[in-house]
Structure formats: C-alpha cells, structure tokens
Design a protein around this ligand. Structure first.
Ligand code: ADP
Ligand code: MG
Length: 395
C-alpha cells in the first residue's frame, strides 16, 4: 500500500484520534447482537495501547440525523469494548464539547476514551471544516481504521485529515492490501461470482471486473435481469425492467472481451415470496405462471461448482438466492462451501454475502472477507475512497 500506516508514526505519549466503524446492531434492550466490528478493530487498539498512545476513539452509530439522541449513544459499545480488552474505556458525553475536551486533556499514556456518536452533529456528514478542525484539536495524530465508511467524505473520515498527520489503521491497511493483491494481478483462471438483489447496485463492479475476469457466474435476482434480457420467461420473478439494455450491453461486452458469463440453467421457484412457500425446480428460461425464482437450481449449482473448482482467484459478491429463507438458501450455502474449499485465493464482500458465508460455517476458509459493504463495492469498482486518499503517502 502506498499510504502510511499506524506503524509508520511514533505514537508514544501522543493523543491519537482513531476513526473506527462501531456501527454495530443493538437490540431494543440496548444489547449488542453482533460485535464483529468491535473485534475487527482490536489489533489497532491493542497496538496503540501497548505503544503507550492516548487513544481517542470516534465512530458513528445508526442514523441520528445530526441530533443528540440517547437511542444512538455509543455507551454500550464502550462497555463491550472495555470487557473485550479488559481495561476501562472512558465515555465522553459529547463529541467536541467540554466532556470530550476534558477527558482527552487528562488521558494518560495507554488509556482509552470514546467520543459520543459523531453523527450527533450534522456537520459530520456535511464534512464541515470547522467541525473537522474541532475534532482534530482533541488529538495530535489521526488513524483511520473505519474501512466501512472509507467511501464517504465525512468530517471524521476525511476532513479531519487536513489538520493532523493521517495514517491507516490495521483493519484499513489489511483490507486494502488483501484486495489490491488480488485485483492488481489476479492469477487466472479468475472467476467472479455475482448475485444479490439488483444489477443496478453493481453495474460499476461488473464493468470493472469484465476487464479482469475470465469467467463470471451470475445468480440471485441479478441473474433474472440477464435472463429476461435474453428473452427468458420469468413469470413473477424479481427483475429490473429498466436494466434490460444494460444487461444486454454487459453480455455483448463480455463476448467481445472473451469473458465467459455463466447464467443459471435452472431455478428453485416458489409460488409466494415466503419462507414456507411450496417450491419446485424449473428451467430458468421458462418459469411457470404464478411462480418466482428464489434460488439457483441443482444443475446450476453443478455448473458453478465446476468453474469454482478450476479457479485460481475468486471474488464473490451477492447471494445466489433468498438465503434468509432456509428453503431457498441451498444455492448460496453450496457456493460458500465450494469457494471455501477450492484452492483459489478468495475474497468475499458485501453485507449479505458476509452473513451468508458466516452462516455456512466456512468463513474461516475464505482468504479475505471484506468488512465493508458499500466501501468494498466501491473498491471493487476501482473508485478512489476519500477516507484512503486523504492519508499520508509513504515516503
Ligand atoms: P450484498 O449485501 O452481499 O452486496 P445484496 O444486498 O446485493 O448483497 O443482495 C442480497 C439480497 O438479495 C438478499 O436479501 C436476498 O434475499 C436477495 N435475493 C437474492 N436472490 C434473490 C431472488 N432470486 N429474488 C429476490 N431476492 C433475492
Ligand atoms: Mg445487502
């Protein structure tokens, strides 16, 4: 990576503002239901603590829309973090106010504090320079470890870097290093697996990977749009009528570039979009009236398996079907297994794709699971991420 990281600066005795992504799911009782995002930042926090930095954590949580709202306080996150690292995490009652200033001024080397939800200020998402400067005033060094928000130019993810020496944290740098390694020089055969809800969300990703991949396997509702573009009959299946031309263009482009696109040959279809719906397997180009495709069928699974087995590099984004319904998760779970057990270097990214791979039990055998949703897609598109662009270049 051409950006400086937390290891390139001397943090000893310095106040270090660390932007993290602690946007964790919290239930009605105020309990954190998944602490993956907290654990993901521990390497950076542990390093800073053991190198005697004064650690000031900053994150957003949910969508408080620029106002203080106790529903979105980071206090439960501070508590959970404190349990995980077995050390106090001092919680400020504001972001740039008296509480934050006093706590940060009195912080000792190796101690940790947390600012309140940075999105309690509307200036955060506006990337307001005054607000960014006020944040910067709390510290002497800025570490960005929030890969999940790196595609947003907000005050705490980008603006603050104008006022402090800015470097990447462990999570940020490992995401970028792992994904660049694969994308800059993918070992062929490079197989891309795409699925999920919509073509429109992923046009950028498809377009970029078309010039890198050897084979693209398409499942999920995304495949429906391609099949419709080829004249298939989809009955009640979800697809995007306004993206048929885009889908055709992509298919033509793939032809020209000699990229093999593999579409489903069969589907598991249902009479209703419901977990307990009756199901059957049909030809993917002839879905019976009254039915809709909710998963790829067994022939398609075999077809995809053969391509995955042969791959040296795999990038996967988007479930193969409605994996949230146990009856329609088989395609996604099988693909997770084949990707994990293949000899290929594999990257999985996307919010739902990560949930699906975690549910499959094969997550530990994926080479890199990217923690970002939108940020990962932007990275796969080849777009510059403002949260990364703003960091100091390596000498
Ligand atoms: P990711 O979050 O990994 O980028 P997406 O958000 O694009 O993935 O897509 C995931 C969603 O797509 C899931 O909620 C899943 O139920 C839905 N989906 C997949 N296949 C179908 C289908 N055939 N019909 C309707 N929805 C589908
Ligand atoms: Mg999603």
């Amino acid at each position: 990576m051409n950006k400086k990281t937390f290891k390139d600066v001397d943090v000893k005795g310095k106040k270090v503002l660390v932007r993290v992504d602690f946007n964790v799911p919290i239930d009605e009782g105020g309990n954190i239901t998944d602490d993956t995002r907290i654990k993901a930042v521990l390497p950076t926090i542990n390093y800073l603590v053991s190198h005697k930095a004064k650690v000031i954590l900053c994150s957003h949580l949910g969508r408080p829309e620029g106002m203080f709202n106790p529903k979105f306080t980071l206090a439960p996150v501070a508590k959970r973090l404190s349990e995980l690292i077995d050390q106090p995490v001092y919680m400020a009652s504001d972001v740039i106010g008296d509480s934050a200033k006093e706590l940060s001024a009195n912080l000792k080397a190796g101690e940790i504090m947390m600012l309140e939800n940075v999105r309690f200020h509307k200036e955060e998402e506006e990337n307001d320079p005054r607000f960014a400067a006020d944040l910067a005033n709390l510290a002497e060094i800025y570490v960005n470890d929030a890969f999940g928000t790196a595609h947003r130019a907000h005050a705490s993810t980008a603006g603050v870097a104008c006022y402090l020496p800015a470097v990447a944290g462990f999570l940020m740098s490992s995401e970028i290093v792992a994904m660049s390694k694969v994308l800059d020089n993918p070992k062929p055969p490079f197989v891309v697996i795409l699925g999920g809800a919509k073509v429109s969300d992923k046009i950028g990703v498809i377009t970029r990977l078309l010039s890198k991949a050897n084979t693209i396997l398409i499942g999920g509702a995304m495949a429906n749009t391609f099949i419709a573009a080829k004249g298939g009959k989809l009955a009640l299946s979800r697809f995007e009528k306004d993206k048929l031309e885009v889908a055709k263009k992509i298919l033509d482009e793939a032809d020209r570039k000699n990229v093999k696109i593999v579409l489903p040959v069969d589907f598991v279809v249902a009479s209703e979009f419901a977990p307990d719906s009756k199901k059957k397997v049909t030809n993917s180009y002839d879905v019976p009236d009254g039915y809709q495709a909710l998963d790829i069928g067994p022939k398609t699974i075999r077809l995809f398996k053969a391509e995955i087995k042969n791959a040296a590099t795999i990038v996967w984004n988007g479930p193969m079907g409605v994996y949230e319904f146990p009856r329609f998760k088989k395609g996604t779970m099988k693909i997770a297994k084949y990707v994990a057990t293949s000899k290929a270097v594999s990257i999985v990214g996307g919010g739902d794709s990560i949930s699906a791979v975690n549910a499959s039990g094969y997550a530990s055998r994926i080479s890199h699971i990217s923690t970002g949703g939108g940020a990962t897609l932007k990275f796969l598109e080849g777009a510059n991420l403002p949260g990364v662009e703003m960091l100091l270049d390596k000498d």
